[in-house]
Design a protein around this ligand. Structure first.
Ligand code: 2AM
Length: 186
């Protein structure tokens, strides 16, 4: 058995949003546009870690468990196509500061632990289609899904029998108003 795993930190989308996005995607994109990502795999990556040993994974989980960041919401109201990567994505015209801060923190901890981090600017997104290398008509603006995030998680990614499978390894809460309130009154 391999002693490393391909890992990434991400924001899982609520199952209800995953289902709504899958339905919308089927209405908006023809089957030849690209390979649809399974509903349960729809997420926003915060930091990609690559192949990581168990020891390093535990150290990163320990760091993640100490993060105290406020919860945030975002509107999925933007879409685009990266033909080079073959990715059709959904994103937000205004990414919340909390999301950018959380990603920055995780990415800098990952870099300090020796996990290569892309020098390209971080663009939070949900990958909808892969293998989209030809021109794709992007739906006109006007759509939006508000999503509230109260957790972030560490996932492993495994490619087996022609399928990518993501497994949640650990999950940590973001600080919500109620938690903030009770902390103040303690
Ligand atoms: P993507 O959706 O834009 O392809 C699991 O593979 C997650 O990690 C995906 O969300 C993927 O982003 C991201 N990912 C995979 N390889 C990556 C890399 N080399 N750099 C940054 N993110 C990567």
């Amino acid at each position: 058995m391999s002693d490393t795993r391909r890992l990434f930190f991400a924001l899982p989308l609520p199952p209800k949003t995953q289902r709504a996005l899958v339905k919308w995607r089927a209405e908006q994109f023809p089957p030849e546009a690209g390979r649809p990502i399974a509903a349960a795999n729809l997420h926003i990556t915060l930091a990609f870690l690559g192949e990581v040993s168990e020891q390093k994974s535990l150290a990163l989980q320990n760091m993640a468990s100490r993060i105290k960041q406020p919860a945030f919401s975002l509107d999925l109201d933007d879409a685009g196509h990266w033909p080079g990567a073959g990715v059709v994505w959904l994103g937000s015209r205004r990414a919340p500061r909390g999301l950018l801060q959380l990603a920055e923190l995780l990415r800098s901890q990952a870099a300090r632990s020796g996990c290569y981090q892309s020098p390209f600017p971080f663009h939070p997104h949900v990958t909808l289609l892969r293998g989209a290398t030809k021109t794709v008509a992007i739906p006109p603006s006007g759509f939006h899904w508000p999503v509230a995030f109260e957790h972030f998680a560490l996932y492993s990614s495994e490619f087996r029998r022609g399928r990518t499978r993501y497994d949640q390894i650990a999950c940590w809460p973001l600080i919500t108003q109620t938690k903030r309130g009770s902390e103040l009154s303690e």
